[in-house]
Design a binder for this molecule. Structure first.
Ligand code: ABU
Length: 317
């Protein structure tokens, strides 16, 4: 074998690369490495790790959806718990929203000047920390909230709840977060944007079919979707569908920038509206939480909930 034998040369180079460096730096380091380039790389790696963890947190954290409270105001002479103001959720609304693997939080009224427990927490804080808002159904909207007087005492509605939910709605819309109004929530949305309501459909729209009766959520009627309805594209399916109906008020004149998304069939009472200047602010006159997911008889509203939740997810970024 001569000195020029390539195998011998390889061995010598191998020995060199395995021998200890004079300055004791580890052999895996680039010989051109300086303390500054090393620190630069350490800092970049640390930043990347933190950014990845933050992204994972945003992407993986379940959505937090707020639901406005129904309010029980005590009647004169009530005793025990019924002598207190109660704020509550109807079970189906929470379970419907949670069926898409998100967390639900009922948002109580706030009282910054309460005598017993004054607090600095405002509805704005809920809008800041939650990802979207569902306005529950329940008591009538007060005609005073749309500058009318009740034509009958029993149609006076719940002005205190209106004030609370109007502020809540305002804060979520201001924060750019999606809102889904159910039944009363749909009517409140319309009023919030300057629209008005029929105080009583049976009285004000004599041609309308009954929109409420003693069957409560078993009472149903058909709806139709006007051309271009975004609601129709969320639920897909035929141009007419069956929904429950538990209301005696309804949208009369549309609020500013509101668009009709569904009408009752065949009497054309407004059944769904959408505010056009936000990604997702929509009201449904029926109660989707009482419809079975995947059901064939009543409209499956899962597509509406999913659109609302996707909008909620997008506002996080
Ligand atoms: N005004 C609607 C009543 C139905 C309900 O939410 O109980």
């Amino acid at each position: 074998m001569t000195a020029k034998d390539p195998r011998q040369q390889d061995r010598r180079e191998g020995d060199r690369s395995h021998s200890r460096r004079k300055d004791d730096t580890p052999r895996y380091l680039d010989p051109g490495e300086t303390i500054f380039s090393l620190w630069g790389r350490v800092l970049v790696a640390r930043y990347r790790r933190l950014a990845a963890a933050a992204t994972r947190h945003i992407v993986q954290r379940p959505l937090h959806i707020g639901v406005s409270a129904r309010i029980y105001h005590p009647e004169a002479g009530a005793t025990g718990l019924r002598s207190k103001n109660l704020q509550y959720l109807e079970e189906s609304i929470a379970q419907w929203v949670m069926s898409r693997d998100v967390l639900v939080f009922m948002i109580p009224t706030v009282n910054t000047s309460g005598l017993l427990h004054p607090s600095n927490i405002r509805l704005r804080d809920y809008a800041k920390h939650l990802d979207g808002l569902v306005l529950q159904g329940g008591a009538d909207v007060s005609p005073h909230s749309y500058a009318e007087t009740p034509t009958r005492p029993e149609w006076s509605g719940d002005r205190a709840r209106d004030m609370y939910e109007l502020e809540l709605l305002h804060e979520f819309v201001e924060a750019g977060k999606p809102v889904l109004g159910i039944c009363r929530g749909c009517q409140l949305l319309n009023v919030a944007f300057g629209g008005t309501l029929y105080q009583d459909i049976a009285t004000d729209v004599p041609t309308a079919h009954p929109h409420v009766n003693d069957d409560y959520d078993q009472h149903r009627h058909e709806i139709s979707f006007p051309p271009g309805s975004s609601l129709h594209s969320m639920v897909q399916g035929p141009p007419r569908a069956l929904v429950n109906s538990i209301h005696h008020q309804a949208v009369k004149t549309l609020g500013k920038d509101m668009q009709v998304e569904a009408l009752s069939y065949p009497d054309n009472v407004i059944e769904a509206i959408r505010y056009q200047r936000a990604p997702f602010v929509m009201g449904l006159q029926w109660h989707p939480e009482f419809h079975r997911a995947g059901g064939v008889e009543l409209l499956d509203c899962t597509g509406i909930l999913d659109s609302f939740l996707r909008a909620a997810r997008e506002t996080r970024f």
